[in-house]
Write a protein that binds this ligand. Structure first.
Ligand SMILES: [Zn+2]
Length: 163
């Protein structure tokens, strides 16, 4: 039924076109009919999919070309001209004067840094515990256990913090 109907429409269009062509020799400008040529939509029988080939499996990225031994070794161990990946003994190791641990020259001693960091955290917590979030308008002196307030500061000091 449907193909016949489209065929009928096609025939009617052809008749219309041939009539207009025979009468006016070309479509009149005033009574121009808009004609859009409709191509028959071709439905692809089946869309190609990679799934048809692979099925349940999966694809892996695989190298296309073989790498030479030189390139492989260069990637593995590096090269002195570019990046040398082999382990080199360090000669810039120093001993910390404070704690005796080893550290790299030009860098902070890790153990001392951790100690100071922990101490700072404790002091901060203690200050927050005593003063809270209110504004700090007076001098704050941090005292360690067994320490006393220096004499010149004793008069103006109001807040005592002790660990
Ligand atoms: Zn140290």
């Amino acid at each position: 039924m449907f193909p016949r109907f489209t065929y009928l429409i096609q025939v009617l269009r052809n008749v219309e076109r041939s009539l207009i062509n025979s009468i006016f020799h070309n479509p009149p400008k005033e009574l121009a009919l808009a004609y859009v040529h409709q191509r028959d939509t071709v439905i692809p029988s089946k869309k190609f999919s990679i799934k048809d080939i692979v099925g349940d499996g999966f694809l892996l990225a695989v190298p296309k070309f073989r790498r030479t031994i030189e390139k492989r070794l260069k990637r593995k161990y590096g090269s002195p001209e570019y990046v040398w990946k082999m382990l080199i003994p360090k000669t810039n190791i120093k001993v910390c004067h404070e704690c005796g641990h080893y550290h790299e020259q030009g860098r902070l001693c890790e153990k001392c840094y951790k100690r100071v960091q922990e101490e700072t955290r404790k002091i901060k917590n203690k200050i927050q515990e005593k003063i809270g979030n209110s504004r700090i308008e007076q001098d704050v002196i941090v005292l360690y256990e067994g320490e006393s307030i220096p004499d010149q500061k004793r008069k103006e000091n109001e807040t005592h913090l002790s660990e």
